[in-house]
Design a binder for this molecule. Structure first.
Ligand code: M6P
Ligand code: ZN
Length: 193
């Protein structure tokens, strides 16, 4: 029989934007994200100059991968744009019917969601707001502010991440700066099927 599981404590450092303890840290730089941005040429130009900016990083606390548990963590998206498009996460669907939430601690952003029929929904994030991703909705987070966007997340441990759908089709909408303000506009590169 497996060992009984023991409760644990995790602390969020509101100022530093890190959780303790964490079991995994991942940094995502432009080189890993180039084809996710609508202006790939602009991304290539930056990379050719020898720059590879850090777009986002996350700290995950994985207690156990076994069904019934929660994975939680903290994501920091840095401020910036590639062309007109704000820095953002790759975005993914869950493999199984599993929800997720994003609780914003710092900064300004948007949680962009899309279901398998291509229907889109946007939740604006500012400190104190919680974006709820229902099962079946792909999700991406975008930093539309001038400082870091920091949010806390939790999702079922057996949710699984599917990146292929977003990588191949993109999101129907993208978030760009227009007249100094964030605007959600149709993605010219979106493939519905
Ligand atoms: C949040 C969570 C993670 C996810 C990360 C980055 O922190 O949803 O599970 O990995 O965002 O998003 P992505 O994996 O789509 O780049
Ligand atoms: Zn997710």
């Amino acid at each position: 029989m497996s060992q009984p599981q023991r409760p644990e404590k995790v602390v969020v450092d509101f100022r530093g934007g890190v959780i303790k303890p964490y079991t995994r840290k991942k940094e995502v730089r432009l080189s890993e994200l180039r084809e996710y941005f609508s202006n790939v040429e602009e991304a290539e130009k930056i990379l050719l100059k020898g720059k590879d900016p850090l777009i986002y990083e996350y700290y995950e606390y994985i207690y156990s991968e076994a069904a019934g548990n929660l994975n939680l963590g903290l994501t920091i998206i840095y401020p910036g744009k590639i062309g007109k498009e704000y820095y953002m996460t790759k975005g993914h669907f869950h493999e199984r019917d599993a929800a997720e939430f994003y609780f914003c601690l710092k900064g300004r952003g948007m949680l962009l969601m899309q279901n398998k029929d291509g229907e889109v929904s946007v939740v604006e994030l500012e400190p104190g707001s919680l974006g709820y991703v229902p099962p079946g909705w792909g999700h991406r987070t975008i930093n539309t502010g001038r400082g870091k966007l920091v949010f806390f997340f939790a999702y079922p441990s057996d949710a699984g991440h599917n990146y292929t759908i977003i990588k191949e089709r993109g999101f129907a909408m993208i978030v760009v700066e227009e007249a100094k303000a964030p605007k959600v506009v149709p993605n010219p590169k979106y493939h519905k099927t």
